[in-house]
Write a protein that binds this ligand. Sequence first.
Ligand SMILES: [Zn+2]
Length: 190
Amino acid sequence: MIENKIVLPGDQVSTSEELSPGEGTFEEDGIIRAARLGVFSIDKKFKKALVKPLTSIPVMLKKGDIVLAEVTSVRSNMVIANVIHVVGEKRQISGDTNGTLHVSEISKGYVKDPSSEYAPGDIIRARITQVKPSLQLETRGRELGVIKAMCTRCRHPLVRKGNILECENCRNRERRKTAIDYGEYDLNKF
Ligand SMILES: [Zn+2]
């Protein structure tokens, strides 16, 4: 993992052969992962992996921003998602982060039921279409959609297999509106 990259909680940043886990990281089965959303760096003196929090000078959300958001609930005609990061920024977000993604804004194709595309806990890349009076999102386009999802049965990561996502633990198969770089995302891109 390259230094200064922004990482999501759970992302692999290194291995225990290379580095030891430092602040903002944890180790699991020889893999060092981020414990929080932040910027990856290496303490070269102590050979430690660190994930530093985003700087607290806040950034205001604006129309057209590409953001990362965590899906918190899926309803009959909309998805509610909490915006956690503005792509390209290393600053925290200020103001209302509770966004709405209407069913018609999910995909270029017709979507009848949002639960066929997204599930709570999914990390999506979305575009802000409105900030006031309420935060509105869209995920139409190949670069937008889910970049990271967990199995709804056992919470292990889902891996892309062609057009479907599969759980490596329980083999459960699920569908999502994925972004083109699902599972191989670079949070500094788009
Ligand atoms: Zn599973």
